[in-house]
Write a protein that binds this ligand. Structure first.
Ligand code: 5GP
Length: 134
């Protein structure tokens, strides 16, 4: 059965999309730790990130870097934290989280509850910044 994230890539489940190319897809996490919390995935459905083949794996991090630079450009924060957990959704994904201190990466913290229009505004800002990166 297709993962939730494959369904998002295929447009069967809606998402607040940030960027996409032939192999990768980035979209806002629906339960964000911070405004701008984004997930970056390979379109190919692989559960465990370290089972991704070398070329696709390197490309995933290069794609995530560009997304992180875009988030950073439009989000007040010290930097963008990156983590991989993957215990909930069996489709490899990188979390990109705007942070000001180490506690901002703590997944035990309550998640933000945002309205659809807030998600859309955040996604639009990051998309614009992403498209301006050469
Ligand atoms: P992990 O697998 O890394 O432990 O967590 C999965 C992440 O995916 C969580 O942060 C969760 O909020 C996010 N997530 C789960 N289902 C959906 C969904 O349907 N849409 C979006 N945008 N994010 C999701």
């Amino acid at each position: 059965m297709a993962s939730i994230f494959t369904k998002i890539v295929n447009g069967e489940i809606s998402s607040y999309k940030i960027a996409e190319d032939e192999h990768y897809f980035a979209f806002l996490d629906i339960n964000p730790l911070a405004k701008g919390h984004t997930l970056v995935i390979p379109k190919k459905e692989v559960d465990y990130i370290f089972n991704i083949d070398d070329e696709l794996y390197k490309g995933l991090f290069a794609f995530a870097r560009k997304v992180a630079l875009a988030i950073e450009k439009v989000t007040p924060c010290k930097r963008i934290g990156l983590t991989v957990i993957g215990l909930e959704v069996p489709h490899a994904h990188i979390h990109l989280i705007p942070i000001n201190n180490i506690y901002d990466m703590d997944f035990k913290q309550p998640k933000l509850k945002l309205e659809a229009n807030e998600f859309e505004a955040i996604a639009e800002n990051i998309r614009k910044a992403y498209n301006e990166i050469p």
